[in-house]
Ligand binder design. Structure first.
Ligand SMILES: [Mn+2]
Length: 360
């Protein structure tokens, strides 16, 4: 029995993407979803498992129709899905009345139910969210009923407010495979057995790293899985360490090079750190605007500190507040928070002196 397991597709989301991609990310999520449907068709996949949050919020009727029209193209694959905390079954949800294509089997009850596929010797268990939050550990005592040789649990949650799970209980429960959703970072809780497919496409700037789906096969010998990255773009948090030789121009050029190295299709958050020349300051608006020429950039943050000659500053200011301030930090390690406080304090004191005409 060959399956593909996806989760947290969040159709209908419009993730942050930077000026050049504004309004396009939402479409890309649909395109990647369609790509997975095409893969199911090409590979004759038996089951497509969708572990919740197929939609980003209450699905519109046109969104259900759009998704179902893709499922309807599948000649072989059967689709099983549950609703997660984002697309939970509200009292007025279109999920309640929608008529799916005949190869689609939604498990929309609030309590566990199962769907049997005798021709695949498989049964799939699951339940759907009817509220935004479920704090009871509903999966902890769930056990397969032995209806079919291969029994799968489709689950969504795993944090405190969304069906907390006990990994060991779940491991002992007897399901051949547990297809999890909700945590956007792909990960295996138990190798080949309990897996978070991760968000199909990153939907938030903190969904860094690669995204994709799980391809698996269940035989009498057990389960084998492979994780396939397929997302169109990644969010990358880029840290750039500056030193005393850097200027606005050199940092601009280095950001451009980094974006070229990591890929112009990706979406960046850039943070400067390290010690800059004390006479240089970086204009982050300018750097953001320039970086946008090379790629998709959400923000440029400047966390660099000026590299002061503290000994000289101390000698020149030993009788005033600046000198006394520097003296308090004598001997602190350059990697420490104290050093950070020293740099930032000196920066403020010097700025005050410039603006205030010299007196503290
Ligand atoms: Mn979720």
């Amino acid at each position: 029995m060959k399956f593909i397991h996806i989760a947290d597709v969040h159709l209908g989301a419009e993730p942050e993407a930077g000026a050049a991609l504004r309004g396009r990310r939402g479409r890309e999520i649909w395109d990647t979803f369609e790509h997975v449907i095409d893969v199911c068709e090409e590979q004759n996949t038996d089951l497509l498992l969708i572990a919740g949050d197929l939609f980003h919020r209450q699905p519109l009727l046109k969104e259900l129709k759009e998704a179902d029209s893709m499922f309807a193209t599948l000649n072989h694959t059967k689709v099983v899905l549950i609703a997660g905390n984002h697309d939970y079954i509200r009292s007025d949800s279109y999920y309640r009345t929608f008529r799916w294509s005949q190869n689609v089997f939604p498990l929309l009850e609030e309590t566990p139910e199962y769907m049997e596929f005798p021709e695949l010797e498989t049964a799939v268990y699951g339940l759907s969210y009817h509220h935004r939050e479920i704090t009871e550990p509903l999966y902890d005592d769930l056990e397969p009923l032995g209806k079919q040789p291969f029994e799968i649990l489709l689950g969504h949650g795993g944090d405190e407010r969304h069906i907390p799970i006990d990994r060991r209980k779940l491991e002992r429960s007897g399901f051949a495979y547990v297809a999890m959703g909700h945590i956007h970072k792909p990960q295996a809780l138990v190798k080949n057995r309990i897996i978070y497919a991760g968000a199909l496409e990153p939907v938030d700037k903190n969904d860094t790293g690669l995204h994709g789906y799980v391809q698996g096969e269940i035989t009498e010998k057990g389960v084998r899985t492979r994780w396939i990255p397929c997302a169109r773009r990644s969010y990358i948090h880029l840290e750039l360490t500056v030193d005393e030789t850097d200027t606005q121009r050199s940092v601009r050029n280095r950001i451009g090079q980094e974006i070229n190295n990591y890929g112009n299709d990706n979406i960046y958050k850039i943070e400067l750190n390290g010690c800059r020349d004390a006479d240089i300051s970086f204009d982050t608006d300018y750097l953001l605007q320039q970086a946008a020429e090379s790629g998709n950039v959400l923000e440029v943050l400047d966390g660099s500190v000026p590299a002061y000659d503290f000994e000289r500053l101390y000698r020149e200011n030993r009788d005033n507040l600046l000198g006394k301030y520097i003296d308090r930090f004598r001997g602190c390690n350059e990697e420490s928070e104290e050093y950070q406080a020293l740099c930032e304090g000196v920066e403020v004191l010097l700025a005050c002196r410039r603006e205030g005409g010299g007196a503290w």
